[in-house]
Write a protein that binds this ligand. Sequence first.
Ligand code: TRP
Ligand code: SF4
Length: 330
Amino acid sequence: MDIVVSGMRPTGRLHIGHYFGAIRNWVKLQEQYDCYFFVADWHALTTHFEDTSHIKENSREMVLDWLASGINIDKAVIFIQSLNPYHSELFLLLSMITPISWLERCPTYKEIKQEMSKDGKDLSNYGFLGYPVLMTSDIILYDAKYVPVGIDQLPHIELSRELVRRFNFYFGEDLFFEPEAYITESPKIPGIDGRKMSKSYNNAIWLHDDLKDVEKKILTMMTDTNRKRRVDPGDPEKCPVFDYHKIFSIEEEKRFIIEGCTGAKIGCIDCKRILLSHLIDFLSSFQEKRVLITDSYRDKDLYEILENAQNKALNKAKSKMKKIREALKF
Ligand code: TRP
Ligand code: SF4
């Protein structure tokens, strides 16, 4: 079976953007591939090395959200990056053959560094420059064929392909595969203010949100700005509420809304109520599962929950590392 690897930095609890942008795809992939999904906690350090106090708690909450979303611990191998030191060994070896210029010209490196420096944050640390090298080792240590990621991560996958070619050139033609990004159509899911959904913008719908709060958020959510009064016609294609309808509502409802909105026959509140009924169903069913998961793992820390999977990942990495050491004649 082809192998799929993906990781997520432990930012804590997830919002519906994470769910529809990534996790829902993982749930599908675990049925068709040999999947490895891991907590990229070392990657969290590349930008937030000064405060590590939340990483452990965030990792646990994130993985419990994965499980409540349908990631199945018996189908996919779920593990913690920092408990698998082979990632760091391969990272070290890869860094020997990585030209610094390749890393410096990586668009995400330049953009994030610039972006963060506006907030007074200096990202001139070596680890941040090496972010895609660590990511490459996460991927090729498992011979991954596909890597489900967002488009923002494409430059990193491209770099990992270049590193694979370079490594194979020096140390043996077919030691590693070139991984491929696995981009699935993921729906646009803006925050309630119409901007990108993000914790820092305070505009997210969280999977754990209180349902009363969700109602408030949706009822005050931004709409097509041209539709100020009920008599003004609107354009659903310019409305973030309609982006949600595309995910949650059935064809008939969407047709009703398009007609009602463009013809000023329904109000935005009517439109939002239709959405709310679906969103509340979705969230309450997630939350029910989350309660069961939380209860069943009440007394366990994340390592105890993942111990089996962690060992599977470790064994696979170990046998690959043996081959790598041989190729280097160590
Ligand atoms: N960089 C990824 C992100 O921010 C997380 C990540 C780390 C990852 N290592 C990976 C994703 C390996 C896929 C494969 O989303
Ligand atoms: Fe948006 Fe619906 Fe209002 Fe149209 S009716 S502007 S789609 S919220």
